[in-house]
Design a protein around this ligand. Structure first.
Ligand code: C2E
Ligand code: MG
Ligand code: MG
Ligand code: MG
Length: 285
């Protein structure tokens, strides 16, 4: 941990730096054994059709239940996993576990729905990523058509040609592709039509306070109309109020997720056995 100016313009005092470095090192050491100790779990957050409040899909979100540290947020440990390369085995576990859960839900008789899995840059850029996805699908028996991979805008933009090539291979498997946190990447829009995408996910920062203070209203309107023109599905993240739901629905955003509908929960609570997905209203429209 060399540069004092790692966070631009902010100089940490040495003790603070040492404390942070020590914490990261400790996290990394613990994370190394998290898979074998069975400390990782996936929670699932429903994605809802904004027109009627019925279930459209589920996003798998990783949780680390550490015996001493408690439930560690992915915002804390994913960066450590990326720095140490541990994101590769962890990401592979996530993919497989999500597919296994998708198969379990089907075995319980649920009608099919999209299952979204987050993928980090390091995974996506690996030469064997397509094979990893293909074998997770083959070994679990989860149908590719219902798997959606979420990539952030910045990951996609690192090398647009290469991203397009990989995405095409994924699409050939039958998997669909979402751009996560869309609108936060400061990127040019000209790359969008060149990529075989299915979904744009509108970042939570544009969704919060929609309606009350309408500063982000034009941005959201632009994103939804862009998506419509490109034939992409729009999913809004972080919907917390009725008002945000209403505004998004009126703008033509098809799908949304957020605490208003449900928080991420373990599989059994996210979709209890015996509920009819097609009819299931996560919240009355
Ligand atoms: P993300 O993919 O953009 O996921 C959305 C985040 O927003 C989740 O945080 C979710 O719990 C949170 N969220 C959903 N609805 C609301 C809401 O109404 N209000 C607020 N305030 N937050 C809401 P979470 O689960 O802590 O995950 C944070 C990030 O960690 C994710 O952002 C994703 O980038 C990353 N992550 C999570 N799981 C994985 C994974 O399996 N692999 C990889 N590579 N990254 C993951
Ligand atoms: Mg996501
Ligand atoms: Mg997101
Ligand atoms: Mg986000």
């Amino acid at each position: 941990y060399t540069a004092k100016t790692r966070k631009a313009g902010v100089a940490f005092y040495e003790p603070e730096m040492n404390r942070r470095a020590a914490e990261r090192l400790q996290l990394a050491n613990h994370l190394r054994r998290a898979i074998e100790l069975d400390e990782l779990e996936l929670h699932y957050q429903p994605q809802v059709n904004l027109a009627d409040g019925t279930l459209s899909g589920m996003e798998a979100l990783l949780r680390w239940r550490h015996p001493l540290l408690g439930l560690v947020s992915p915002l804390r440990f994913i960066p450590v996993a990326e720095e140490t390369g541990l994101i590769i085995p962890i990401g592979e576990w996530v993919l497989r576990e999500a597919c296994r859960q998708g198969v379990r839900w089907r075995a319980e008789g649920h009608a099919p729905f999209r299952l979204a899995v987050n993928v980090s840059a390091l995974q996506f850029e690996r030469e064997d990523f397509i094979e990893t996805v293909a074998s997770a699908l083959a070994e679990t028996g989860f149908p590719a058509d219902w798997l959606e991979l979420e990539l952030t805008e910045s990951v996609v933009m690192r090398n647009v040609e290469e991203s397009a090539r990989r995405m095409t291979q994924l699409r050939e498997l039958g998997v669909s592709i979402a751009v996560d946190d869309f609108g936060t990447g400061y990127s040019s829009l000209s790359y969008l039509p060149r990529l075989p995408l299915n979904v744009l996910k509108i970042d939570r920062s544009f969704v919060s306070n929609l309606g009350q203070d309408s500063a982000s209203l034009p941005v959201v309107r632009a994103i939804t109309s862009l998506a419509q023109n490109l034939g992409l599905l729009t999913i809004a993240e972080g919907i917390e109020t009725e008002q945000e739901w209403e505004v998004l629905r009126d703008l033509g955003c098809e799908v949304g997720q957020g605490y208003l509908f449900a928080r991420p929960q373990p599989a059994a609570q996210a979709l209890p056995a015996g509920t009819d997905v097609a009819a299931r209203q996560v919240r009355p429209a």
